[in-house]
Design a protein around this ligand. Structure first.
Ligand SMILES: NC(=O)c1ccc[n+]([C@@H]2O[C@H](COP(=O)([O-])OP(=O)(O)OC[C@H]3O[C@@H](n4cnc5c(N)ncnc54)[C@H](O)[C@@H]3O)[C@@H](O)[C@H]2O)c1
Ligand SMILES: [Zn+2]
Length: 361
């Protein structure tokens, strides 16, 4: 199986089904006093056995299990983990291993980056979304009262080990939701990649490694140029102004039925519609991109009543300046337009257009 190593800033990022050998070598080299592995009930069952079988150096590691789900990406859960670390004598020479999807890598990275002012951590992402997006780039954090990633720090894992074979046990809905971030990478950076994704049968494992590799390359190129999101990195936020608002809206209503990738897919459709008038995207291309997304991702049925709340939630977006809601839009595939302020009235029109076009029809 092909193996690819991408070295980015201080992060070593490995892709392929034999990455556990790299992880073993890393552990042999570093002699950590203690190792902690963070899992949820699904990665405990589906991913941990494979990891333990192939990385002998993990013998004796302490296991910390969380309940899965975005609803648990909170400070309260971090506090529980910090307490366990403290009780089990974690110190600056310990290693924290995040084995899971984006919830585990976001929360676990934050826990590690803040415990005793920072202990080393590595990410072993096990969902497509975490493999192509959440596990690298150095953003860690948790939600606050449902507001997405309101609390967090930039902190780089020592290494990221991406093994696509973990995806075989991932529920199909989760796999497809992960593809939303791949489509985002294509739209913001690479028309050839967009075409490849449009031709690809998402459930076909043959393509996963290629898709992970291309997405990771796009993300890393952007992150390397602007690690702390002063400007260019906002490109990666395409689809997320509306997407995060939708995600929070569903979390608030206690309906944790909307996955991050699904919210981002709907967010991209809205932001493509917005791009036509606000960023000069030609309407034929916008139609074509929306059609491809609509074919693959679920339509999100939020009612008209939701619109005002969604706009309120967008006011919390980290890209905003002086109360203006700012978007990353597209002038064309591969040509993002940053910091585009749009009025609440304009956003309302787009939410209504999405509702009429994709929910009612
Ligand atoms: N830090 C970043 O740059 C960044 C980027 C994108 C998304 N995110 C965050 O990532 C999160 C979403 O991540 P996600 O989609 O991976 O969700 P997730 O972590 O909730 O995982 C999805 C589900 O799949 C299960 N699972 C994980 N691996 C499995 C496997 N191999 N087999 C079977 N089940 C498995 C999990 O237990 C969970 O139930 C959101 O909180 C989002 O904000 C962060
Ligand atoms: Zn995302």
């Amino acid at each position: 199986m092909q193996q690819q190593t991408v070295s980015v800033a201080s992060v070593n990022l490995f892709i392929g089904s034999t990455v556990n050998e790299n992880f073993s070598a890393f552990l042999r080299e570093h002699h950590f006093h203690k190792i902690f592995i963070l899992v949820d009930e699904h990665t405990l069952r589906h991913c941990l056995p494979r990891l333990m079988d192939t990385v002998a150096e993990l013998e004796g590691a302490e296991l910390i299990e969380l309940e899965s789900g975005e609803i648990n990406k909170t400070i309260a859960v971090c506090t529980q983990v910090w307490r366990v670390l403290s009780e089990l004598g974690a110190d600056r020479n310990s290693l924290f291993v995040n084995l899971g999807g984006g919830v585990i890598t976001d929360l676990g990275g934050f826990v590690a980056a803040t415990f005793k002012r920072g202990i080393a951590f590595v990410n072993i992402p096990t969902t497509l979304l975490a493999q192509i997006d959440a596990s690298s780039g150095g953003k860690t954090g948790v939600d606050l009262d449902g507001l997405k990633n309101e609390i967090g720090v930039f902190a780089e894992p020592r290494a990221v080990y991406i093994d696509p074979t973990f995806l075989h046990t991932l529920p199909k809905r989760e796999l497809i939701a992960g593809f939303a971030e791949a489509f985002k990478h294509a739209l913001i950076a690479d028309v050839d990649y967009w075409q490849l994704l449009c031709r690809t049968e998402m459930a076909n494992a043959e393509y996963w490694e290629e898709i992970i590799r291309r997405s990771v390359e796009i993300k890393q190129t952007i992150v390397k140029a602007d690690p702390y999101e002063k400007n260019l990195r906002r490109t990666l936020n395409f689809g997320h102004t509306v997407g995060h608002a939708l995600e929070t809206y569903f979390l608030e209503r206690g309906e944790s039925t909307l996955l991050h990738g699904e919210a981002v897919a709907a967010g991209m459709i809205c932001e493509l519609l917005l791009s036509v008038d606000e960023a000069g995207l030609d309407s034929k291309s916008a139609d074509e991109y929306c059609t491809q997304l609509v074919k693959r991702f679920p339509h999100i049925a939020f009612d008209q009543m939701a619109n005002e709340r969604l706009i309120e939630l967008m006011r919390h977006d980290k890209k905003n300046v002086e109360g203006e809601i700012r978007f990353t839009l597209l002038a064309a595939c591969g040509k993002p337009v940053l910091n585009k302020a749009c009025s609440p009235d304009r956003i309302l029109q787009i939410l209504t257009a999405y509702h009429v076009k994709y929910v009612l029809s």
